[in-house]
Ligand binder design. Structure first.
Ligand code: ZN
Ligand code: ZN
Length: 144
């Protein structure tokens, strides 16, 4: 998906957020990398381009995105907070060796969850863990 400035501005104003320069930069980065970066990774990438940027601004910006429903906070191991601007129905696979998080297509709505008929579901997350193809092939090489 191409992320033009107009698209990002519409995303922000559609959720009631003012399309400030910092918000546009952070949202563009989330859409472009799709690697589920941490706040520190976003700061490390953007701060050379935007000298006025502080870590507090990054945290505030990410919080406002999550509250507005523009990004999802994902924390598979419960420790590291990562951010995802891909809101379509998808699951996450985290590699236990390199820590990378991959998206995979899954129709979460097709799961029959009769046990929760009386519950209000606000979020559906599907997490898988294992080894990514790169780490698998490295492991195989080491065994040889
Ligand atoms: Zn890996
Ligand atoms: Zn994702």
């Amino acid at each position: 998906m191409e992320t033009t400035n107009d698209f990002l501005k519409d995303e922000l104003t559609g959720k009631g957020l003012r399309p400030s320069y910092h918000r546009l930069k952070v949202l563009a980065y989330l859409h472009d990398v799709q690697s589920h970066p941490t706040a520190d990774e976003i700061f490390a990438f953007l701060s050379p381009q935007i000298p006025s940027l502080s870590k507090a601004t990054i945290y505030n910006t990410l919080n406002s995105f999550v509250e507005a429903g523009l990004a999802r906070l994902i924390s598979i191991d419960g420790l590291e907070k990562r951010y995802d601007a891909a809101l379509h129905n998808h699951g996450h696979f985290q590699c236990e060796s390199c820590g990378a998080i991959f998206n995979f297509k899954i129709n979460i709505d097709r799961f029959a969850i009769d046990d929760l008929a009386l519950f209000e579901i606000k979020e559906k997350d599907v997490y898988f863990k294992g080894l990514c193809p790169d780490c698998r092939s490295q492991g195989q090489k080491q065994k040889e």
